[in-house]
Design a binder for this molecule. Structure first.
Ligand code: AMP
Length: 186
């Protein structure tokens, strides 16, 4: 799960983060996330832990911008932000992005770029609470309309509006097909 190290200023964001952590646990998933105690990250992790999920955090050593969560099932201290992203993605069966800031967008964009190159094949689902990802969606559609991406690449992620849709969508989405590597922009 990628999400904000802040909570945003609207209660809907904290509500959906709590909901997601709870649903992940109830569905029997482990949570892999950035290992922080703060923001939506901490809320998802605590909800997952409270409901019995295994929670795995990956955070850079000596990382002062965020407070490490001390009560996780497993905590990996890595050297760099790049190692963090690498370890998170390698240990994931799918990616969920909730609202967040530049770090969330950066992680999401890297995952989509890897998927476009078929280096990552698993589902990517965005939670569009209060239309948070509308501008992102519009930017990607523009890239496709103006032939920087194939329209097929717009299928690399799925956007849902309610947290209850996240896990069913994750499960129902097919793995990315290697043949798509051959897609050319027309
Ligand atoms: P944000 O959405 O900006 O609150 O950040 C969400 C998470 O992404 C936080 O744990 C950030 O530390 C992390 N993050 C920010 N930039 C990067 C990056 N370049 N590589 C890996 N993680 C990052």
């Amino acid at each position: 799960v990628y999400c904000g190290s802040r909570s945003g200023d609207l209660p809907d964001y904290t509500t959906v983060a709590h909901h997601l952590g709870t649903e992940l646990a109830r569905a029997g998933f482990s949570l892999v996330y950035g290992g922080s105690e703060v923001g939506l990250m901490g809320i998802v992790a605590n909800a997952a832990l409270q409901n019995g999920a295994e929670v795995i955090g990956v955070i850079p050593k000596r990382f002062s911008a965020e407070i490490v969560h001390e009560a996780l099932t497993e905590l990996y201290l890595v050297d760099t932000m790049h190692q963090r992203k690498q370890q998170m993605i390698e240990n994931s069966d799918g990616i969920i992005a909730l609202p967040g800031g530049s770090g969330t967008f950066e992680e999401l964009m890297e995952a989509l770029t890897w998927k476009r190159l078929t280096l990552y094949r698993n589902p990517i689902v965005l939670l569009n609470t209060r239309g948070y990802f509308e501008a992102f969606q519009a930017m990607m559609v523009q890239a496709s309309n103006e032939r920087f991406m194939h329209s097929e690449h717009l299928r690399m992620w799925t956007t849902v509006s309610r947290p209850s849709e996240l896990i069913p969508t994750l499960i129902q989405t097919d793995d990315w097909d290697s043949e798509r590597l051959d897609l050319v922009v027309q």
